[in-house]
Design a protein around this ligand. Structure first.
Ligand code: ATP
Length: 294
C-alpha cells in the first residue's frame, strides 16, 4: 500500500511517512446486522475515506448537499441513484478531479486516512497516486500496452523494477495471459473489455489505496462486463473500490456497501448492500430500488 504523504513538502520524504495504521481511521460500524440472524455481528471496520459535510456547486447550482459518509477499507462501495444526482461529482471529490472544472466549488472536509485532501498543503498529483481512477469509456493512451501501464510510474517518478510492476499490474487486472506476448503493441488495438482491464492495470500500477470507478462496465458487452465484475471482487482483497453504477443488479452483485443518492444531490441512505436492496430504511430508496421512479 502506498504510504507517501500528500503534502507538497513531503511527497518525497520516506522517513516522515505515516504508517498504514496511522493513515486509516478506525470507526465502529455495525455490519451485517440482521434481526433474528444467528450470526449478528458487529464488525470494527476501518474507514479509509471520510466525507464530512461535503457540498458542491457548479456556478450557482448545488450538485451535492452536505454529504457525510465513511467508506470502509478493502470493500466495494457502490454509489447508485438517478441521473444527475451527483454520484460522479462525489467520486471526483475524492481525488480532487473537480479541481479541473472551473465552475465547480467544493466545501467541507474529505479525509483520506487522517488527511483532509482539501487542506491547502495537499498536492492533488500526489493524492491521485493514492486514489486511482477508471472511467466509463476505456481510455488507453495511444501508446504500447507496456507504456500504458508504466505511464503513472514514469510521470510520478516511482522507482522499482518497472517490468515487474507492469507484469504484476497486468496480472492483477486479469489481462497478462492475453497480452504478455504483445506488450509492444498499441493498447488501442485491444477489444473494449481488454482496454478497460488495461486501464485498470494502469490505475493500479502506482499501488493506490483507493480505486474509483465511474460506470466502468457500461460501455461493455455482457461477457466483458462479467470479467470486470469478477476483477472488482478480486481487487477488493487489496484495494478499496468505490464504484458508480447505473446498474442496480450490478451494485447488488458486486458491492458490500451501497450509497443511494437521490435528486438534488442528497445522500439518502448508506448501508450494507443487502439491507439497501432487501430492507431499506427510507421509502424513497425503496421506491427507487423497486423502479417506481428514476
Ligand atoms: N462540469 C459540470 N459543469 C456544470 N454542471 C455540472 C458539471 N458536471 C455535472 N454537473 C451537474 O451536476 C449535477 C450532478 O451531476 P453528476 O454528473 O455528478 O451526476 P450523476 O449522478 O453522476 O449523473 P449520471 O448518472 O447521469 O452520470 C447535474 O445537475 C449535472 O448537470
Amino acid at each position: 500500500m502506498s504510504q507517501e504523504n500528500m503534502s507538497n513538502d513531503n511527497v518525497e520524504s520516506a522517513t516522515e511517512d505515516p504508517t498504514d495504521d496511522d493513515m486509516i481511521l478506525e470507526t465502529d460500524v455495525a455490519a451485517g446486522l440482521e434481526e433474528g440472524s444467528e450470526t449478528v455481528r458487529t464488525a470494527r471496520e476501518r474507514s479509509i475515506v471520510e466525507a464530512n459535510g461535503i457540498n458542491v456547486w457548479y456556478n450557482d447550482e448545488q450538485a451535492l448537499q452536505d454529504i457525510t459518509m465513511s467508506v470502509p477499507e478493502n470493500q466495494v462501495t457502490a454509489m447508485i441513484g438517478p441521473s444527475g444526482c451527483g454520484k460522479s461529482t462525489f467520486l471526483r471529490c475524492i481525488n480532487r478531479m473537480n479541481d479541473m472544472i472551473d465552475a465547480a466549488r467544493v466545501e467541507g472536509e474529505l479525509y483520506l486516512g487522517e488527511k483532509n485532501v482539501y487542506d491547502p498543503d495537499v498536492d492533488p498529483v500526489a493524492l491521485r497516486r493514492r486514489v486511482g481512477m477508471v472511467f466509463q469509456k476505456p481510455n488507453p493512451f495511444p501508446k504500447s500496452i507496456y507504456d500504458n501501464v508504466a505511464y503513472g510510474l514514469k510521470i510520478q517518478d516511482i522507482g522499482g523494477n518497472h517490468d515487474e510492476i507492469v507484469e504484476e499490474s497486468l496480472k492483477r487486472a486479469a489481462l497478462w495471459d492475453e497480452v504478455k506476448d504483445q506488450l509492444d503493441e498499441s493498447g488501442l488495438d485491444l477489444s473494449g473489455g481488454q482496454q478497460q482491464r488495461l486501464c485498470i492495470a494502469r490505475a493500479i500500477a502506482p499501488d493506490p489505496e483507493v480505486i474509483l470507478m465511474d460506470e466502468p462496465a457500461s460501455a461493455l458487452d455482457p461477457v466483458a462486463t462479467s470479467k470486470i465484475e469478477d476483477l472488482i471482487d478480486e481487487l477488493a482483497e487489496d484495494y478499496t473500490v468505490i464504484i458508480v453504477t447505473h446498474n442496480m443488479q450490478q451494485a447488488a452483485r458486486i458491492s458490500d456497501k451501497t450509497a443511494v443518492f437521490l435528486t438534488g444531490g442528497e445522500l439518502v441512505e448508506f448501508d450494507d448492500t443487502k439491507t439497501i436492496f432487501e430492507n431499506p430504511e427510507h421509502e424513497r430508496v425503496e421506491d427507487y430500488i423497486t423502479g417506481k421512479f428514476g
